[in-house]
Every structure is written in structure tokens, then in C-alpha cells.
Design a protein around this ligand. Structure first.
Ligand code: CU
Length: 390
């Protein structure tokens, strides 16, 4: 369902009214509506795009039904007693106790209600955790603050890439109106084929993240040192969006998930395209670039990978300033080494296995020549290659 500015306005208006009228509980509800748009505003859970999602939805409806009947029954008897047997009407309390019949009834009835709930709940749980017989596997790693997708080689996939937030800084800083998929868009979505059982192996690189895509009925913690499993067999082609669901630091709200479910033919085409791209980068690695070329590529790599911590103008933030940094204006080898190996024990990650040699050369060159650093020197892909070799 689409989510336009008008509905956003309506959500805002609704939020204001709720705040006034109904206090903190409803404020929380309206915040959820704000965050997830009209899908959440439909009040009920959404069944999503998978059979498991459907089962979870059905289970939810059954349990909700049982709870509603119990609720109406209990409150009905209670209000009936309060109203029709009140003291002012001359009601006199009964004096019986230790009634075996009543005790048996209030033990046996809930027992059967609980069994009645446990049966569908267990069968749904078994379905959720049935990770067997997957047709393909994707290793998902949470990073501060992006996701890495590795297609595990089974039928020659062998594709790896990072998926970064694509919402421009101008929208984040309100110098431009926010787009339809504000903070829910990435540069490279996860692409999977429709009607295919895909197993997700989920882990974390630095802190605990959580990979959550409501329409796929998948929400699994991404924990460093552990691999959690989940799976989805999506039966409708489409774009499904989600977010990191575990508070993981400053940019927790800036690492969305986009899953593009495509036909099997489109998936094959996409895979071939990705492999061709990887081959093209390999070719680029052997080339020598001009300063302008490196700066242009470097600016894009910086915006995607470094800006969150080092700032749009190299002013720093969570990371140290790059503008005027002794490292960025000092020895190239030391600078390159930090780019490749990071600074252990700090948020400065090792980018050596995240970025290819061309992008690393470009971004280091960029840091040395942007933000008034003007060093005039360059790093070429071959330098990165040699440095990695040690
Ligand atoms: Cu996260």
C-alpha cells in the first residue's frame, strides 16, 4: 500500500489528538502508526507475503478470539454481579468455602483452554523453525550501520555486497522534503526469487542487531559469534521493507532492510549482472586512475561508508575529524593502513574486507584531498593490493 504525504499529515494530526486525549499508551501506539504508516494504521496484524506469515496471522486471530470470549464472559459475570447483587439492593454474600465442584471446574476448564491454545501455537512454531530443505542460503551480517549479504555458493551464486541507507543527507537534515520511503530505502536491496525457500543465516559483526522484515515474518537477532537461522518462501513478487530491530548505537534507525522478491528468471538475470559487475571491478583493479577519477569515486564511497561517523564535511562525530587530521595529512601508508585494518577496539572498522581495492584507493585519496586537506597525493588500487599482501 502506498504511503503519501497526505496520509502522513493525517497520521500527524491523529497523533496530536491522541496525545491530548488518551495519554502515554496511545502515544506509543500512534508512534508505531507514524513509523510504519497505514499498514499499521489498519489496527490488525498484517498476514504478510508468506505461508508462515499467514499461519502466524491465523494463530493470532484464534487466540484473540478465545481471549475475547473469555474476557466478555468474565467481565460479564463480574459486572452482572456488581450491578444486580449490590449491597444497596440488599444482597447477602454466600458463606460456602472449599467447594470441590468449583475447584475442579476452575482447574479443568482453563486446562482445556490452554491445551486448545497450545496445539495451534506449537504447530505454527514448528513451521517457523523448520529450516530444512532450503533451496538457497544467504548469510546476513549486521554491521554498524548497514547489512552485508553473502549468497552462499551452491549453484555458482558467490555474490557478496553491502546494503547501505540511500536516503540523502538533505532529507535527513530537512533541507529537502522527505521522500516516500524516507529511511526505508537502500542502495542495494537483497534480491531473492519468488516461490523459493530461502534460508537466512543471521549474525553480527560488532554489536547485536536484528534482521526484521514484517512481511516476510522474519525477525531474528544478529549476534556476533552466533548464527541464527530463519527462512522465508515468499509467494508474491514485490518489494518488502524492514529495519534493524535491536538498538545498536547511534545510527540504529539508519540501517533499513529492503528485500526485492523477483521472478526466477529476473533473479537469474540479476545474478549474472552481479557476477559481471564483480568481474568489471577486477579489471578496474589493474588500472591506474587520475586524481579526478579517484576523487569522484571516493566522494561516493565516502558518502556511503564513512560519512555517518566522520561527517559530511569531514568534521567528525562518532569518528575523529578528517579535515586537518594528522593521519589524513600525514604518511599515506599509515592512512591506508587505518582504512584497511581499522583501529581495533574502536568503532573504526576494518574496511579491507568490506570495500574492494578500487573503492578503498578512491576513498583514501578523497580523504587526503577533500575538506581542505589538499595533499595532492593519490592511492592506486595496486597500492591497496600491495598493502593488504603486507
Ligand atoms: Cu542494527
Amino acid at each position: 500500500m502506498l504511503y503519501n504525504m497526505e496520509t502522513r499529515e493525517m497520521c500527524l494530526e491523529a497523533k496530536r489528538l491522541l496525545k491530548l486525549a488518551l495519554g502515554p499508551v496511545l502515544m506509543l501506539t500512534s508512534a508505531v502508526v507514524m513509523a510504519y504508516g497505514p499498514e499499521a494504521a489498519q489496527v490488525n496484524m498484517a498476514p504478510g507475503a508468506t505461508a508462515v506469515g499467514r499461519s502466524i496471522y491465523d494463530l493470532h486471530m484464534v487466540i484473540l478470539g478465545i481471549c475475547t470470549v473469555i474476557g466478555i464472559g468474565v467481565f460479564g459475570v463480574m459486572f452482572y454481579s456488581i450491578i444486580y447483587h449490590r449491597k444497596s439492593k440488599g444482597a447477602v454474600p454466600a458463606h460456602f468455602h472449599e467447594s470441590t465442584k468449583v475447584e475442579i471446574a476452575w482447574t479443568v476448564i482453563p486446562f482445556f483452554i490452554l491445551i486448545g491454545m497450545a496445539v495451534p501455537a506449537t504447530s505454527t512454531l514448528l513451521q517457523i523453525y523448520d529450516n530444512d530443505d532450503a533451496e538457497m542460503d544467504v548469510l546476513i551480517t549486521g554491521f554498524q550501520w548497514k547489512w552485508k549479504y553473502e549468497y552462499i555458493e551452491e549453484n555458482g551464486e558467490n555474490v557478496t555486497f553491502f546494503s547501505n541507507l540511500r536516503t540523502p543527507q538533505s532529507e535527513i537534515r530537512n533541507s529537502q522534503p522527505k521522500g516516500e520511503f524516507y529511511l526505508l530505502e537502500v542502495d542495494e536491496p537483497l534480491v531473492i526469487p519468488v516461490d523459493t525457500k530461502v534460508r537466512f543465516l543471521i549474525t553480527g559483526n560488532d554489536v547485536i542487531h536484528s534482521w526484521w522484515v514484517p512481511d516476510l515474518a522474519v525477525k531474528r537477532d544478529a549476534i556476533p559469534g552466533f548464527i541464527n537461522e530463519a527462512w522465508a518462501k515468499v509467494n508474491t513478487v514485490g518489494v518488502y521493507r524492514g529495519q534493524c530491530a535491536e538498538l545498536c548505537g547511534k545510527d540504529h534507525g539508519f540501517m533499513p532492510i529492503v528485500v526485492n522478491v523477483v521472478s526466477k528468471e529476473d533473479y537469474a538475470t540479476w545474478l549474472t549482472g552481479k557476477q559481471a559487475e564483480a568481474a568489471a571491478v577486477k579489471e578496474l583493479m589493474a588500472q591506474t586512475f587520475t586524481l579526478d577519477q579517484l576523487m569522484e569515486r571516493g566522494a561516493a564511497v565516502y558518502a556511503r561508508n564513512c560519512l555517518a561517523c566522520h561527517g559530511a564535511n569531514g568534521e567528525g562525530g562518532l569518528g575523529k575529524p578528517i579535515a586537518g587530521s594528522a593521519i589524513a595529512t600525514g604518511d599515506v601508508g599509515v592512512h591506508l593502513d587505518i582504512g584497511i585494518n581499522g583501529v581495533p577496539g574502536t568503532a573504526m572498522q576494518a574496511f579491507g574486507n568490506q570495500l574492494n581495492d578500487v573503492d578503498l584507493a578512491a576513498v583514501i585519496t578523497y580523504q587526503r584531498n577533500a575538506f581542505g586537506n589538499n595533499m595532492g597525493d593519490m592511492v592506486q588500487p595496486i597500492d591497496v593490493y600491495n598493502h593488504k599482501k603486507g
